[in-house]
Write a protein that binds this ligand. Structure first.
Ligand code: ADP
Ligand code: MG
Length: 322
């Protein structure tokens, strides 16, 4: 059982950032309004995710963490109607199989349960106290799968990937306050007051956020809005173009190109804007790649959405005489 779980974990849990993604997505699913992520050694020593969500009942703790037989949802094309990516019901078991995991959780803010697992084995379960919510602590990731460690890159790279994941989750959820601390240093803090521009400020800094232009270009089927930098504020790669679809960060080459196209010839060669584009549409029209860790999403009406994005940006720039 443990072996098959480690194999499953290999698909979902590639690196510390995958753990952060799964744990934080669970916090979002649990209706948390505050999520605190504390990381040591780029997540290889420890990752702690603390939320004020609805908590897990004492009876459900083992079910949630120990491997069970839920099958993958590889046939479910409607992933955007469910709130979690990955192996449904398998993420925690996968993480527990390759780490030492402690969960401390309370549903009522009074009684809490603390359970410790190591490589999927329940070591200890005891009653405790804490405020409403859940704290997951993942230590010594891949301690029992040294082969996995070989794929982990430098601490710098791994930390960047964690920051990247937190940034994206935060941009998709301006209503939640996120804080990321690495070795005592604050790396990300978003206010959670449901204002996208302020969320962007928490990620790219106040100066950049306050100089961005807002735009909206919607039609009855697609609501498109967002913020983009003026042509004089650019970056050397396109990773600063973020696309949020129905509250979820996605990758889509054509839509990112549409952002660039909106600038016409106003961008210098090999320079790319900073932009956050928020798309709301009928989830039934989203056709997502079924591999659980892939974020490249195909849309049935990509061309039309691209036009809405590039037109909206173009018009806003010309209104500003930029
Ligand atoms: P999934 O999210 O796909 O259901 P997971 O393995 O990630 O599978 O989580 C298993 C279950 O554990 C969740 O369905 C949820 O009931 C519970 N859970 C995990 N994390 C939290 C959390 N932070 N707050 C409340 N419940 C949680
Ligand atoms: Mg999950």
């Amino acid at each position: 059982v443990e072996l098959s779980n480690q194999i499953a974990a290999g698909e979902v849990i590639e690196r510390p950032a995958s753990v952060v993604k799964e744990l934080v997505e669970n916090s979002i699913d649990a209706q948390a309004t505050q999520v605190l992520i504390t990381v040591k050694q780029a997540g290889l020593k420890s990752i702690e995710v603390n939320d004020n969500g609805k908590g897990i009942s004492a009876d459900d703790v083992e079910v949630a963490f120990l491997p069970h037989t839920t099958s993958k949802i590889s046939t479910d094309h409607d992933l955007f109607n469910v709130r979690t990516l990955g192996f449904r019901g398998e993420a925690l078991a996968s993480i527990a199989s390759v780490s030492k995991l402690t969960v401390l959780t309370s549903q009522d803010g009074k009684s809490a349960v603390r359970a410790k697992f190591s490589g999927n084995e329940l070591l200890k379960k005891e009653t405790f106290a804490r405020s409403k919510g859940t704290t997951q602590t993942v230590e010594d990731l891949f301690f029992n799968t040294p082969a996995r460690l070989k794929y982990v890159k430098s601490l710098h790279t791994e930390l960047n990937k964690i920051v990247d994941i937190v940034d994206r989750l935060a941009m998709g959820h301006p209503e939640i306050s996120f804080r990321l601390i690495h070795e005592g240093k604050d790396l990300v803090w978003t206010s959670g007051n449901n204002n996208l521009q302020q969320t962007i400020a928490g990620i790219y800094g106040r100066t950049i956020a306050s100089h961005m232009l807002d735009f909206e270009n919607s039609d009855p089927d697609y609501e498109i809005k967002g913020y983009f930098s003026k042509p004089d504020t650019t970056r050397s790669n396109r990773s600063y173009i973020s696309l949020i679809l129905n509250g979820r960060y996605i990758r889509n080459f054509q839509l990112a190109n549409a952002v660039i196209r909106g600038y016409g010839s106003k961008l210098m060669v090999a320079r790319y804007p900073i932009a956050v584009i928020d798309i709301t549409m009928d989830p039934g029209l989203v056709d997502i790649n079924v591999h659980p860790t892939k974020q490249e999403v195909r849309l049935s009406n990509e061309g039309h959405i691209s036009d809405l994005i590039s037109q909206g940006i173009k018009e806003r720039l010309s209104n500003q005489n930029l």
